[in-house]
Design a protein around this ligand. Structure first.
Ligand SMILES: Nc1nc2c(ncn2[C@@H]2O[C@H](COP(=O)(O)OP(=O)(O)OP(=O)(O)O)[C@@H](O)[C@H]2O)c(=O)[nH]1
Ligand SMILES: [Mg+2]
Length: 337
């Protein structure tokens, strides 16, 4: 599994937790040595505080009787991470089924919860799509400020560091600053970028980006778009047009339409996902800003309610602060001490 991380941690939260791998983490081999588990734990620190710490507080050293009181308290703590009633209820019911009437220790319950979260998060097609023959065209969409441009920077950096040739497309033509922002990323990464004059039809930039990718034999074209609300019909139609012209230039493209959801939006992210996945033909999710959120549990209802796999998670603003989403690592990182 791919992993990349900051050499220098940006947030103060991160600086307090070293990136160590754990013997009991599901990460193995290269991943463990790369510190995927530690990175995920650090990034999830705010959610961990709500979930892990609070659940630990339910227990005394001698254990705790699993009765209705306990199950109610457990449920309330699960809900605080924005995981929603469905997933929280399922975890509570599983703990009830396994342990009701018994005095249990923290570790047993944490193990069961971790296992349940892992199962709820299971997904197919978690890998980034790859075209049969290059270039793979990736369109990135989402509401204003969700983290689209930053996620493109991080993803591009990762792909370039794997030896791929990429072209960025500055499809957010509304604001000059947006083009500038992506241009800065392209300079940092050292890759090509296609831009158009301010206010130009974003579909034309998308077309030219695809064309450029074909022309220079790029492996990936990654196209940024302006933020929009899923309720803005006209702007959603604009995305449809962008997809159409890309397909015209390269039949079958875009191969991936990534929806960037801001984890700090919690349950609001769900309604965004609904609107976008219907209107924009999304194929996967990047869940950004998990480091800034205590609502990391929101990934459960996202997985519950959508066919869309969560492909990447953003764990900071730095160029390497993104990891591929892995349910096992995520579940363990949420709950392990
Ligand atoms: N902490 C943290 N901040 C992030 C992450 N991803 C993005 N950000 C920050 O969120 C803010 C918005 O990010 P952008 O990438 O500009 O978001 P956008 O969706 O492109 O915004 P618009 O183009 O205005 O719609 C910036 O300050 C980013 O640094 C993340 O994973 N963690
Ligand atoms: Mg942007």
């Amino acid at each position: 599994m791919a992993f990349w991380r900051s050499k220098k941690n940006d947030s103060s939260d991160e600086s307090t937790a070293p990136e160590t791998s754990s013997a009991s983490s599901p990460a193995t081999g290269e991943e463990a040595s790369g510190g995927l588990f530690g990175k995920m734990k650090t990034g999830l620190q705010k959610t961990r505080r709500v979930l892990g710490t609070d659940i630990r507080d339910l227990f005394k050293a001698e254990g705790r009787l699993v009765d209705e009181d306990f199950l109610g308290e457990l449920y309330a703590r699960l809900i605080r991470t924005d995981m929603g009633a469905g997933p929280a209820g399922r975890i509570r019911d599983r703990v009830a089924k396994d342990f009701r009437g018994r005095v249990v220790h923290l570790e047993e319950v944490v193990e069961t919860i971790t296992q349940d979260i892992r199962e709820q998060l299971k997904q197919d097609h978690g890998d980034l799509a790859k075209a049969d023959s290059p270039p793979t065209v990736i369109l990135v969409v989402g509401v204003n400020g969700s983290g689209k441009t930053t996620s493109i920077g991080k993803l591009s950096h990762h792909l370039v560091s794997q030896g791929h040739k990429i072209v960025l497309g500055a499809g957010d033509t509304f604001r000059a600053a947006a083009v500038e922002q992506l241009t800065i990323w392209s300079e940092r990464i050292g890759c090509e970028i296609v831009t158009g004059p301010s206010g130009v039809d974003p579909a034309s930039v998308a077309y030219q980006t695809t064309e450029k990718a074909v022309e220079i034999g790029a492996d990936y074209a990654i196209i940024d778009t302006a933020g929009r609300l899923q309720t803005q019909g006209k702007l959603m139609q604009e995305l449809e047009k962008i997809r159409r012209v890309i397909d015209k230039k390269l039949p079958g493209a875009p191969h991936e339409v990534l929806l960037v959801l801001d984890a700090t939006a919690g349950q609001n992210a769900i309604s965004q996902a609904k609107g976008f996945s219907n209107a924009a033909g999304c194929t996967g999710i990047i869940l950004s800003k998990l480091d800034g959120s205590a609502k990391g549990g929101v990934v459960l209802p996202i997985r519950e309610q959508f066919e869309l796999p969560v492909k990447f998670v953003g764990l900071g603003e730095g160029i390497e602060d993104m990891t591929k989403f892995d349910p096992d690592t995520f579940a363990a990182a949420l709950l392990e001490a």
